[in-house]
Write a protein that binds this ligand. Structure first.
Ligand code: ACM
Ligand code: ZN
Length: 443
């Protein structure tokens, strides 16, 4: 009984309900059935002397039941022993994401697939794959647009369209959707790739007042949305600090005057809204960073990804936008004394994302009940500008991503920091035994 409870209590993220009975079964048969009354991605799992019975409303639910079984099982030789349990489970949020950055440092296809496997084991289901952006680079080679591949100086690593299709299929087989992205107008590879659509004609700001700009962007988007079939596509919108260069451009100024736009923030949102509307015309939903809320004329079809503060979720939903909170930045220090992988130039202690702060992450915090449906979920970000090696990336992701997994899957009322820490110890051991360079708990 004690071992049974220990195994059952090791499940992470914590399930909605479970009951542990006395006893074990060895090498049980497994049956899977449909139950349309269960919630999306949810499952019911019964292990008894009759075998393992899984019921789920969809394939994802059955997949998650198997992930739970893998955590429950103990292997002895060729045999599998499972504790007798009954579990009912379903996620709190439908968007449980991880952002992986191959632009600032390139980790390669096998690293992405390994990350997808680990994500699936902890019931994450969205991989935002950063291939274009961050100072205007792109590691994505598009056959139709050869200038779109804009690597950092001295680098040659790239993903081909074939690589992307392979990763997207690998992810889908594990119920992870890959979120594609084309950052604009800032952090965009577009000005370097297509200088003819910038205000100065030399690769400066993308010209919002030139019709040709939209034609080029729409052509590139057509290619990208073929590669990234998920319903949401990310179009950036953050950190456009050179926005006022638009004031010097006759075409941009003319557009502002024609449409009565009072400042360049409104011009940015007019530009960005046009891209959101284009995606909508192709049956896709656009999502962009929360700076888009700084002006008031954003198209209502836009979904917002919050990153600058905990409160932006309230602003987004109050204005009718769907919202994903991308808050734990795992490139930030985790508060481990003498952390060998901490970027030496980090100086601001307030920006720490400790394990406990990651666990407390709540994308719906402070959102009125009536607007909760507009909170799609959350994700953590692994920007790699200060993360140069695969070992450092592992260390920053794990075990903090276990905390994020539980924050996004487990109902708020079921979360328990002490209980999580106890379960986490088992998972740190398991991750290390799989070769993951998992950080200590930092407590
Ligand atoms: C961001 O970190 N600039 C979204
Ligand atoms: Zn212009």
């Amino acid at each position: 009984m004690l071992l049974c409870i220990a195994l059952a209590l090791s499940v992470l993220p914590a399930p909605r309900q479970f009951v542990c009975r006395d006893g074990f079964v060895r090498n049980p048969s497994v049956t899977v059935s449909r139950d349309a009354t269960l919630p999306a991605e949810g499952y019911r799992l019964e292990v008894s002397s009759n075998g393992v019975e899984i019921a789920a409303a969809d394939d994802a639910g059955a997949f998650y039941a198997v992930q739970t079984l893998k955590q429950l099982g103990a292997r002895e030789g060729s045999g599998l022993t499972l504790p007798v349990v009954e579990i009912e489970d379903a996620p709190r949020f439908g968007w449980r994401g991880v952002l992986h950055d191959d632009v600032n440092n390139f980790f390669g296809k096998e690293a992405v697939k390994r990350l997808i496997d680990l994500m699936a084991a902890y019931k994450f289901n969205r991989l935002m794959w950063h291939l274009t952006g961050s100072k205007g680079y792109s590691v994505l080679a598009l056959g139709k647009y050869p200038t779109f591949f804009v690597p950092k100086p001295g680098r040659s690593s790239r993903y081909t369209e074939e690589d992307v299709r392979e990763v997207v299929a690998y992810a889908r087989a594990r119920h992870v959707e890959v979120v594609g992205e084309l950052e604009m107008p800032a952090h965009s590879p577009l000005p370097k790739a297509f200088p003819e659509i910038t205000c100065d004609g030399k690769g400066g700001s993308l010209c919002a007042g030139n019709e040709e700009t939209y034609r080029v962007i729409e052509g590139v988007l057509d290619e990208l949305i073929r590669l990234f079939p998920f319903e949401y596509f990310h179009i950036g919108g953050d950190e456009f600090f050179t926005r006022d260069t638009w004031k010097k451009c006759p075409k941009c100024r003319a557009l502002m005057e024609r449409e009565g736009l009072k400042d360049t923030k409104e011009l940015q949102n007019r530009f960005q809204s046009r891209i959101f509307d284009y995606l909508a015309s192709k049956g896709r939903k656009g999502i962009g960073w929360d700076e888009l809320l700084d002006a008031t004329n954003l198209t209502s079809s836009a979904a917002v990804m919050g990153w600058r503060s905990d409160e932006v979720n309230r602003k987004a939903v109050a204005r009718g936008h769907a919202c994903v909170m991308c808050r734990p930045y795992l490139d930030y220090p985790q508060g481990i004394p003498g952390d060998p992988y901490e970027y030496p130039k980090w100086s601001y202690a307030y920006a720490r994302w400790t394990l406990e702060r990651c666990y407390a992450f709540d994308p719906a915090a402070g959102v009125p009940k009536a607007a909760l449906g507009r909170i799609l979920g959350g994700q953590c970000a692994n920007w790699s500008g200060t993360t140069e090696t695969a070992e450092a990336l592992d260390w920053k992701m794990w075990p903090r991503q276990c905390a994020v997994a539980e924050a996004l899957w487990t109902d708020a009322g079921r979360k328990d920091w002490g209980d999580f820490l106890r379960r986490l110890k088992t998972h740190v051991e398991r991750l290390r035994s799989q070769g993951v360079n998992c950080a200590p708990l930092g407590l």
